[in-house]
Design a protein around this ligand. Structure first.
Ligand code: ADP
Ligand code: ADP
Length: 230
C-alpha cells in the first residue's frame, strides 16, 4: 500500500463565539504519495495544508473522506511508529536539553542503550546541533528549535517523514541545509510529505506536488508538468 492515500478529505471548523459559523478548511481532497517520493503541498496561508497534515497525523478528525498510511487508518498506533513528524510550530519542553528531547523521542520509537545513544549522536550531527545539544531548549533560537525538532522526527529511522513548513524560522543557510537533509533522507529511501508556501523550496525538492488554494486542490502533478503548464 502507498505510504499516504487519502480520498475525499474534507474539514469544516466551527468558529465564532457561539460556534455558529463554519470555515471550510478542506474540500474533497484526494492525495496519493508513492514510496520513495518527496511530495509537496504548496499553497498560500489558509489553503488547508496544515489541516491535511494534522488529519494524516490523527491530530484533527476529518469531517469527511478517508485517510490511510501504509494502507492502515491514521488511528493505527503501530503505523504511527513508521512516521516521523515535524509539527508546524514545534514547542518542545523548554527545560530539556536538545539531546534529552531527541533521546526521549528515540525511546518512544523503541530504541534503547548504545543503539539509541549512537543514533541520537548521528541525528544531532546531521542537523548540526552537536555543539549545542547540552543546552536547554529555552536558550535556542527558532532555527535551532526547528533543527532539533527535525532530529526528533528522524531519530526513529521513519519510513515516512511528514514535515509542516520545515524551512520556517530558518535563515537562508539553514533553509539550504534543511533542503539537503530532506534530499538525503529521500536518497535513503524515506518517503517525504512536506508543505510550504515557498515556491523555490517546493521546486527544489519535490518529485510531485499538489497546489492547494482555499481548501481545494487546484493542481497536481510532477514539478516539470506544473512548470511547463504555465
Ligand atoms: P498557518 O501557518 O498554517 O497558516 P495559522 O496561523 O492559520 O497557521 O494557524 C495557527 C494555529 O491556529 C493552528 O494550530 C490552527 O489550527 C489554529 N487556527 C488557525 N485558524 C484558526 C481559527 N480561525 N480559529 C482557531 N484556531 C485557528
Ligand atoms: P495552511 O496550513 O495552508 O495555512 P490551515 O490548514 O492552517 O491552512 O487553515 C485552513 C483554514 O482553516 C484557514 O482558514 C484557518 O484559519 C482555518 N483553521 C485552521 N485551524 C483551525 C482551527 N483549529 N479552528 C478554526 N479554524 C481553523
Amino acid at each position: 500500500a502507498p505510504p499516504i492515500q487519502a480520498q475525499g478529505l474534507a474539514k469544516t471548523y466551527k468558529v465564532g463565539f457561539w460556534f455558529n459559523r463554519t470555515v471550510r478548511a478542506l474540500q474533497s481532497l484526494d492525495l496519493q504519495v508513492d514510496s520513495g517520493q518527496i511530495y509537496g503541498l504548496l499553497g498560500p496561508n489558509g489553503a488547508g495544508k496544515s489541516t491535511t497534515i494534522k488529519i494524516l497525523m490523527n491530530l484533527v478528525r476529518p469531517s469527511g473522506g478517508t485517510a490511510r498510511l501504509f494502507g492502515k487508518p491514521v488511528e493505527d498506533a503501530e503505523t504511527r511508529r513508521l512516521v516521523g513528524f515535524l509539527p508546524e510550530n514545534p514547542a518542545p519542553y523548554e527545560y530539556l536539553t536538545g539531546r534529552e528531547f531527541v533521546t526521549l523521542a528515540g525511546q518512544l520509537s523503541g530504541l534503547s542503550g548504545h543503539e539509541l545513544d549512537g543514533r541520537v549522536t548521528e541525528v544531532m550531527g546531521a542537523v548540526e546541533m552537536a555543539g549545542a545539544e547540552k543546552l536547554q531548549i529555552r536558550r535556542y533560537s527558532k532555527g535551532m528549535v526547528q533543527r532539533v525538532a527535525l532530529a526528533q522526527a528522524l531519530v526513529g529511522r521513519p519510513k515516512l517523514l511528514i514535515l509542516d513548513e520545515p524551512t520556517s524560522g530558518l535563515d537562508p543557510l539553514g533553509r539550504r541545509q534543511m533542503r539537503d537533509l530532506i534530499l538525503a533522507e529521500r536518497d535513503k529511501g524515506t518517503t517525504v510529505l512536506f508543505c510550504s508556501h515557498i515556491i523555490p523550496d517546493v521546486e527544489a525538492l519535490c518529485d510531485r506536488l499538489a497546489v492547494l488554494v482555499g481548501g481545494r486542490r487546484v493542481r497536481e502533478g510532477s514539478v516539470q508538468e506544473l512548470v511547463s503548464a504555465q
